[in-house]
Ligand binder design. Structure first.
Ligand code: PHE
Length: 467
């Protein structure tokens, strides 16, 4: 095994890094809007149910696979199946998925950098213009920001697991929590904020239908960074003495709490902007909301706090989103890097450089897919719409494939590694695990209910997007 693999310094280091990965655009924007559109607290209850009964076991299974083998997803599937080619191939899906997600997540993060710069230089009013987003995403100067972001991200990754990833999370995660609390308290002072809070928290079960339930599970899965190979890899950096069930629980609680609190920020802000907001009309697309809608809301706060005050609030919010995106981006790019280190015996430095080149090759066309290049903008069409290169990657790897990867993890743990292998690993560092109710539940569900539910979600998503 290469000595370049690295390890988290402590349980807290793991929890912060895993939470850093989990907390992203999904928590800060998609969750609040989804919850308010789909019955408020009614959606929240369904979401919590899925987190506890479906996602939590899959999280533990991924982490256990990584810790047992001390390998990346390809290595983990391969080693636990004694080199079975079929499973190795499944592991490759666990590398391809994060590789491609990193491509379009990088593009979105670059836009965030541009918005941060615009707000900091006093141009919040320009961002409010409907046409601005289309101009920003098509401007060639994006490549300058792209290079800057690459330097930042790959320097962190060069620092390794402890000195890079964990260090970043130790600084950014507490900062993120403080900014979220301060912004929420500020928004509570605005007129009509309470209308947003009650819209968010009063349950309306009449809105719940199959597609809402399906959406809740997809969102929960995505929000916890499941099916992306991240937890397998982070598990491989987790000490054998530490307690997986307990640490995983803390990561899930942190992620869900941040999503919940983001709702307490976004919804009151939206209602303060327009007390008659019809949330059905809000787009659930994080991209549309962050870049086109939220700047308007921040600018409207100038009545209360002046232009500079509104710009400061917007700046803090965009920093928050940027920090969340950065820790998620670093986590996802680490997965192929860990693969190059383990499987090809590369040093961390070489693996990081290789990944930087590979990622750049795909990120450039993805950046050009929003107007800069005709070919990549009108790349293909399906499901009745023209799709850009960026759309294809986002549709396939972000919106569709995660439950399928989760399904393969469950099937693998239940039928190849076997429940006894999984239990043995989960019991290391947790003296109470063997014989517990949790163990009984996981042993029963990991090969039955959970993969069945994930398969249903996968199939219905395919149906919705492509047919
Ligand atoms: N969990 C992240 C979110 O909620 C998703 C993500 C993680 C995306 C890592 C990319 C990389 O937004």
């Amino acid at each position: 095994m290469s000595q370049d693999r690295g390890q988290f310094s402590s349980r807290l280091g793991f929890i912060l890094a895993a939470a850093g990965s989990a907390v992203g655009l999904g928590n800060l924007v998609a969750f609040p809007v989804m919850a308010s559109k789909n019955g408020g607290a009614a959606f929240l209850i369904i979401y919590l149910f899925f987190i506890a009964f479906i996602c939590y076991p899959v999280m533990m299974a991924e982490i256990a696979m990584g810790r047992k083998t001390q390998r990346n997803p390809v290595g983990a599937f391969s080693e636990l199946s004694n080199g079975d080619k079929k499973w190795r191939l499944v592991g490759m899906l666990g590398i391809l998925t994060p590789f491609m997600i990193a491509v379009f997540y990088t593009v979105i993060t670059v836009w965030l950098v541009v918005y941060l710069k615009e707000i900091a230089t006093g141009s919040l009013d320009v961002l409010v213009d409907e046409a601005t987003f289309a101009t920003v995403v098509a401007q060639p100067s994006l490549f300058v920001y792209l290079v800057l972001l690459f330097v930042l991200v790959f320097c962190v990754l060069l620092g390794g697991v402890k000195g890079g990833i964990e260090r970043l999370a130790r600084v950014l995660m507490p900062a993120l929590a403080v900014m979220l609390i301060l912004l929420t308290l500020f928004v509570f002072t605005l007129d009509n904020a309470s209308a947003g809070i009650s819209y968010y928290l009063v349950p309306d079960f009449s809105k719940v239908n199959f597609s809402v339930i399906n959406g809740a599970l997809s969102q929960a899965f995505f929000s916890l960074s499941l099916g992306m190979g991240i937890l397998i890899t982070y598990g491989s950096y987790f000490s054998r003495q530490d307690n997986i069930p307990q640490s995983t629980r803390l990561v899930a609680i942190a992620d869900t709490s941040i999503a919940f609190f983001a709702g307490l920020l976004i919804l009151p802000a939206i209602f303060a902007f327009d007390p008659n907001t019809n949330t059905d009309e809000l787009s659930t697309s994080s991209v549309g909301l962050i870049f086109s809608f939220l700047p308007k809301i921040f600018l409207s706060m100038q009545v209360a706090v002046g232009y500079v005050g509104a710009s400061i609030v917007a700046l803090v919010f965009f920093m928050l989103v940027f920090f969340a995106a950065l820790t998620s981006l670093v986590s996802i790019i680490e997965i192929p890097i860990s693969c190059w280190i383990d499987e090809w015996g590369l040093s961390r430095k070489k693996a990081v450089l290789l990944q930087a080149v590979l990622l750049m090759i795909f990120t450039v066309p993805a950046t050009m897919s929003l107007g800069m290049s005709d070919f990549f903008t009108n790349f293909t069409s399906y499901g009745g719409a023209t799709r850009s290169f960026f759309d294809v990657i986002s549709n396939v790897f972000y919106e569709t494939i995660l439950p399928l990867v989760g399904f393969t993890v469950c099937m693998f743990c239940a039928y190849r590694w076997k429940a006894s292998g999984l239990s043995e690993e989960l019991a290391k560092g947790d003296p109470d695990y063997q014989g517990s109710l949790l163990q009984k539940y996981i042993n029963f569900s990991i090969g039955t209910v959970i993969p069945a539910v994930l398969l249903v979600v996968f199939i219905s998503t395919v149906y919705q997007i492509y047919l």
